[in-house]
Each structure stands twice: as C-alpha cells, then as structure tokens.
Design a protein around this ligand. Structure first.
Ligand code: APR
Length: 236
C-alpha cells in the first residue's frame, strides 16, 4: 500500500515545552538580545566574541533540556509503516534527533556544529563536553571557526530540498512557528493543491488564503496527539 507522505515543518514552538525559549513570544530570545548583533553576518564581523558567547549560552541551555512529547510523537510516527515522515526544522537545537527523528533537515543551521569561516562546507561536530567556542578556536584544518548557524542576511542552502519535500507531501504539518521568517515561512505555499495542511500553534499567525488548512490551536504536545487521531482516522 502507498505510504502517506507526511512532512513536518517545525519552529521554536515545538521546543517550547522542553523549556527552550522561542524568539518572538513574550520574554523571547529577541526580547533579551539585540538580534542583529548576535544573529547577523554583520554582527559576527563586528564582534565575533559576543556572537560566539551567545551561541555558547544556547548550547549550555541545550544540555539542560530534553525532547518533549511532541518531538517523541513525530519520531514515533516515522516508525509507523503507514507513513513516510520527513522533518524540516527552523530550529538549531538537536531535540528532534534526540527524540529519535532521523534525516532532520535544518534550515537555519545546528547549534552543535561549527564551520570554517573560510569554507562553509568544512563543518565540525561539537560534543557535550566541548561546547564553548571563541574567535581564537581553529578547526582541524587550521581555519578560524564560527557557529554553523544561518545568520540573518545569509542564504538558506537547504531551502531547495525543503521546497521539494513540501511539494511531495500528502500531509504538511506546521508546528510552532510565527511564519515571520522567509524563505522558511513560504514552504506552506509549496505544497500541492490536494495536500492537507495542519498548523499546530496555540497562537497561530495569520496565514492568509491557504487551501486545505486546518488550524489546531493547541500547544505542540496536545496538538500532536490530536493530529495522531486525525491520521489514524484517515488511514483506516
Ligand atoms: N507549542 C507550539 N507552538 C508554540 C508553543 C508551544 N508550546 N509556544 C509558543 N508557540 C508558538 C508561538 O505561538 C509562535 O507562533 O511558536 C511560535 C514561535 O515563533 P518564533 O518565536 O517567531 O519562532 P520561529 O517561528 O521558529 O522563528 C523563526 O526566526 O529568529 C529566527 O532563526 C530564527 O529559526 C528562527 C526563525
């Protein structure tokens, strides 16, 4: 039997119940940090030490948190023989992977990786006992290293693959994103006309005219349980 292709597109909200701050909610990350100083190419050029420390602080927090039930249910769904599940995320945390999801497509980079300042394809993994980086750190290739994060005003290399995944989806599930940042926010418009879209968010953004859209106005953990019931009913 043909597997139902389910593509998830997650944002910071899917990690909120793990205790990871979102960006634009009350007391969000961007309320407490000057975003263009800590998350833009210009900011990195101006003060690399500040940017390294911003991501060191986010890595330290990442070591303190665990995947939540939403991450686990997404990973569990991928084990169900009825479904072919892909995960696209704007998040730079590794909570989808730690919950068991495989082949997670990160659009905005990964906290637990660093890359050469001179060669964007030279990437090194960090580990739980090696999370602090500085401008003085050199890669094994001798290059200065930077967070493997897509800063504002930088290209999103994985967006082409993400758009292809969205175009192939039978079901497209958006979880916990304000749909404020492009090109990620545009994925919802890359799906086929017959694709069913679900948007799980307690305070969903206005998505405008989108066909076949069902909004599940819930937190990720609650919304995922509702989605599982919907998918079960579809797959009877
Ligand atoms: N469950 C689900 N969604 C939640 C929850 C929750 N428990 N708590 C908050 N949300 C929702 C909010 O309602 C909001 O719609 O998560 C969304 C968070 O929005 P943002 O903080 O803007 O995060 P996100 O959309 O992922 O930001 C996109 O912006 O700054 C850049 O690179 C950064 O990847 C990030 C991008």
């Amino acid at each position: 039997m043909k597997k139902l292709k389910i593509v998830f597109s997650t944002g910071a909200g899917v990690s909120a119940e793990s205790g990871v701050k979102t960006f634009r909610d009350a007391d969000g990350l961007w309320e407490n940090y000057p975003v263009m100083q800590v998350a833009s190419a210009e900011g990195f050029a101006a003060d690399p030490a500040l940017v390294h420390e911003f991501y060191n602080a986010r890595r330290r927090q990442l070591l303190e948190v665990e995947p939540n039930e939403a991450h686990r249910l997404i990973a569990e769904l991928a084990e169900d023989p009825r479904f072919d599940v892909k995960v696209i995320t704007q998040n730079v945390d590794d909570l989808h992977e730690r919950a068991g999801s495989k082949d997670v497509l990160h659009l905005h980079g990964e906290l637990m990786k660093i890359r050469s300042v001179k060669d964007e394809d030279y990437i090194e993994d960090l580990s739980v006992d090696d999370i602090e980086t500085t401008p003085e750190r050199r890669g094994r290739n001798g290059h200065p290293m930077r967070p493997h994060i897509v800063f504002f005003n930088e290209a999103v290399p994985n967006i082409t693959v993400a758009m292809q995944l969205a175009a192939e989806a039978d079901v497209f599930v958006v979880i916990g994103t304000s749909l404020a940042v492009y090109p990620a926010a545009g994925l919802i418009r890359c799906v086929r006309r017959d694709t069913k879209i679900y948007y799980i968010d307690p305070n969903p953004a206005n998505v405008g005219m989108v066909e076949n859209l069902t909004i599940i106005r819930e937190k990720a953990t609650v919304g995922m349980k509702k989605l599982m019931d919907i998918l079960d009913a579809k797959s009877q």
